[in-house]
Design a protein around this ligand. Sequence first.
Ligand SMILES: Cc1ncc(C[n+]2csc(CCOP(=O)(O)OP(=O)(O)O)c2C)c(N)n1
Ligand SMILES: [Mg+2]
Length: 399
Amino acid sequence: MTAEGDRLAKTLPHSKLPLSTQAVLADYRLAYSSRRASVIGRAEVLRGNATFGIFGDGKEVANLAMARAFKPGDWRAGYYRDQTFMWATGMSNVREFFAQLYGDTNLEHEPAHGGRHMGNHFATRFLDESGEFRRSVDMANSSSDVSNVAGWMPRLLGLAYASKLYRDNPQLKSAQDGFSRDGNEVAFGTIGDASTSEGLFWEAVNAAGVLQVPLLISVWDDGYGISVPNELQTTKSSISAALAGLRRDGGPGYEIRVVKGWDYLGLVDAYATISDRVRREHVPALLHVVEMTQPQGHSTSGSHERYKTKERLAFEIEADPIRRMREWMIREDIADAATLDEYERSDRSEIERIRERAWEIFQDPIRRERDEVVALVVAAASEAKVPLVSSHDRDGPPL
Ligand SMILES: Cc1ncc(C[n+]2csc(CCOP(=O)(O)OP(=O)(O)O)c2C)c(N)n1
Ligand SMILES: [Mg+2]
């Protein structure tokens, strides 16, 4: 670690935690790398090298702030916008992102589900090679994503409830080895604005308020569920406004906060403060992350240019969290533009190198099998003395 890296960049206003220059720079580079992977991922689908893509672009900075609050033993139940969080916590990485995109079925390349789910569906392994439970208290843990939106909410509730039982039930004290440390785990949930309209969201949110479990739900609010805007989806166009009655005021209830998706410092501070409260007091929390963007639209199956207004498309560029984080770093003298340009250049080529390698190892068994089949056909043809090239192929079309 260099002296420069150790330099204090900021003290967070509420949590009072120190944030070093090195930590901010590392976050920025990860955000930037994740964006490059999303951009390349979309291009790969449009080129025909992959069948479908849905990515975490626009959600990078909030993902990183959430990752800073995530501790060994914690759990995640969430959805396809979380690639940056998964990489930041070490639960996934760029190589696995591209293996998933290509549909690589080799578990060594794609350990989440061996190419059998949708891309950007995440999971960590609970069992070791001999089928025994791993010690989840020492690991970062993610339950397996599912495609039906909000389908993971009841599971999120269950994960949080388990910690409550481990803390409160004396009979479970002896059984918690490896699974819990006195219920000090937080279950982190993520969900999109539109998916909060699902019944499972409301059932889980209400039950968590009744049970007072350690659950921290982040709503990534980018204003849209595919092409449907919030006004047509959510009462008052705001899930935190709609849920305001759940807020605790002297008795049991929720911690509810609203933070902007491009405000790096505000996000890191909010996650640090709130997760600490959730962990200690077992109070559920909802962090409504607003003004998020979707720079490439919903997925590779559509073009947001077809349904977003000119003003909204301009906002997607102007409120881009990476752009704003970069501007903030320069303004605060954390890094200068030339240094950041240099990092970006190097991270861009690193992402491309990893993609290329993921493509090669995905193609490798396919090419080997093709070569084997061709060799068999050639051998059979030569034994039967059948020419493999027709006179038409050899001589060209008749003139
Ligand atoms: C139960 C269910 N209904 C519909 C869909 C199709 N679908 C996939 S993503 C999506 C929109 C989700 O929007 P939002 O929750 O705002 O998340 P975002 O993609 O904007 O982050 C829909 C309707 C689905 N996967 N599951
Ligand atoms: Mg949305």
